[in-house]
Design a protein around this ligand. Structure first.
Ligand code: GLP
Length: 261
């Protein structure tokens, strides 16, 4: 696991975008795994800017989102389909038929199986973007999720429901179930990029990077992945113990990259 500590949330987005540009440049028909939540919004804005400056095309790529609520239609402003259209897909040249999000209104068990199959058919995910919940969840894999789980229905934990309440109007139906890629599904991505910003994520970041491998912090499963980069700002890095080491590695990696240019 490589840990990169950026000076600000804005820098996290810029660094994260570099990996997406690299993936799309090396393999224009790559398969990207995408996340929702507030954290990746700045990254998506950076990608949209690059696309507008004609430096980036998504024409040949395919995307798979991590998760979707069960019980709200795709046109509902809180659905993850709506989120992705508004924050990315409507602003880039992607073939909309190549943007996959679990179907939260179909028969969920079948939808989950179909999703797994489609990912496999397309050769697996090249680069998976992740955020992290305050309780260490990735996708909607809440604490106690199996570390080898596949795409399935999950019941949302109380802190997750509470955190996402702000997006729903007073009295509006808020889903408590979702379809999410499993941790095993996520771990099959060839490369993983986890982004986290702000002090509310410091404990989850500490647990996922330096804590024990445990279903209590689903994101700690990334310790078992061979190509994961964690990009965080200084607030999210506040509880980490080996900060000096992460900075040392980052400096040396930068020097190596410069020598190879
Ligand atoms: C939701 C999503 C996760 C996301 C998390 C954190 O629960 N299912 O994929 O990582 O929220 O969101 P935020 O980035 O808003 O803190």
């Amino acid at each position: 696991m490589q840990v990169v500590i950026a000076n600000s949330a804005a820098e996290v987005a810029i660094l994260g975008a570099k990996y997406c540009v690299e993936a799309l440049t090396k393999k224009p028909n790559c398969v990207l795994g995408l996340a929702t939540g507030s954290t990746p919004v700045a990254l998506y804005e950076t990608l949209i800017d690059l696309h507008r400056q004609q430096q980036l095309s998504f024409k040949q790529c395919t995307t798979f989102n991590l998760d979707e609520y069960i019980g709200i239609v795709s046109t509902h402003p809180q659905s993850y389909r709506y989120f992705m259209q508004a924050h990315l897909f409507d602003h880039i040249d992607i073939d909309q038929r190549q943007t996959y999000i679990p179907d939260g209104m179909g028969e969920p068990q079948q939808a989950a199986l179909d999703y797994e199959q489609r990912i496999k058919q397309l050769g697996g995910i090249d680069l998976q973007i992740l955020g992290v919940g305050r309780n260490g969840h990735i996708g909607f894999n809440e604490p106690s999720s199996s570390l080898v789980s596949r795409t399935r229905i999950k019941t949302l934990a109380a802190p997750t429901i509470e955190d996402n309440k702000r997006f729903f109007k007073d009295g509006e139906f808020q889903p408590t179930l979702a379809i999410t890629m499993g941790i095993g599904t996520i771990l099959e991505a060839k490369k993983i990029l986890l982004l986290a910003t702000g002090k509310s994520k410091a404990e989850a970041v500490k647990n996922l990077v330096e804590g024990p491998l445990s279903a209590s912090c689903p994101a700690s499963a990334l310790q078992m992945h061979q190509n994961t980069i964690v990009i965080i700002d200084t607030e999210a890095a506040a509880d980490l113990e080996h900060t000096a080491y992460y900075h040392q590695v980052a400096t040396e990696t930068e020097q190596l990259d410069n020598n190879n240019d």
